[in-house]
Write a protein that binds this ligand. Sequence first.
Ligand code: AMP
Length: 400
Amino acid sequence: MSYSYRSIRSSSVAKRYPRNNQNRSRGGRGGRTEYINPDRFIKKATAAEAEAYAPTHTFADFALSPLLQANLATKGYVMPSPIQDQAIPAGLQGRDVIGIASTGTGKTAAFALPILQRLIHEPSSYALIIAPTRELAQQIEDECKLLAKGSGLFGALLIGGTSMGSQLRDLKLSPRVVIGTPGRIKDHMQRGTLKLHRFNVVVLDEVDRMLDMGFVADVREILSQASAKRQSFFFSATLDNRVRGLIENFSTDPVTVSLKAGSASENVHQNVVRYQGNMDKIDKLHDLLLQAEVTKVIVFDETQRGVERLGKELIAKGFKAESIHGGKSQSQRQRALDKFKQNQVSILVATDVAARGIDVVDVSHVVNFSIPKAYDDYIHRIGRAGRAGQIGHALTFVAH
Ligand code: AMP
């Protein structure tokens, strides 16, 4: 049976604040708490002054099949993005690739294109793509689907919150591409419905997030079951010792492709909004959302309850808003995201986890209604604004 591809950095070191400082963010991952100096939330966008990246390749230079070239053209991709320019040649040579890049840089196509090229020409090859969140997995699948259109390749999307039935059906058809989150992938491995020994191409996307979310043991187990002789791609917005440790364990003579540190946020104007007390805080948010230049905004809050409450409050104030957090079902999350993408609502209130990897091109503002737990989270959040070469804005609420 033939299928069309269906489902088939700031330089300054953070100052330590006294314990009772009210701007201090609490909780932290695995009990870790990071103090972030509010000065780090203030920075002018520099992208306009920065020299434009001149790619060394055109897509035509890459040894990609005419079908992939045609699908790229249909998608409207004219020139490779920097990460694509550097990662695609190495990927096509069969090398392991480490890409230091966040969402919005074109990293998905940077790994998808060499992988699809290989799968089209090597019927014995199978690819496993692991992402930390359902939304990111879904986005990767959407991109792969379009890039592989007409190839006959078949894929399965294995994420939580969606029906097991259709996943089981897809798995019976021996999909050549499996995209999923660690939990659901492991679930299928344990049920015996997914056998990984044939999978000789593996992608770990947003490795740093995967570690933050406590998936390290699952990921190690999944990788240990994949074919020992494999090509691996690792993508991470940051490369700290934990990330490096995992990657070194599972890669062989990798090529590292790194975008300039902090480049994902260089085209974001960053500033703070000072407030005194909760009343003032919500009033300031209200005034901000009424400004003409705030056309499409993601408002981050720390907890599911906080997001839910703030979403309702904004709707009560007459704003068109949706909220997205881990306490909602997958279909509710997807519906909210679709409404935001299609401009039916202009405000999305979100927790970090739910917003991870979200790719909405025209977000004008990111508002940090609560201070992120860690500076890395901050960089991830503000990377949602200023996509596709546009200048974006990030505003962080800081108590006086
Ligand atoms: P990603 O970082 O993979 O999430 O991609 C971010 C956005 O850039 C997505 O909307 C892609 O469709 C888009 N994109 C990726 N590569 C290119 C390219 N070469 N030219 C134009 N847009 C692109």
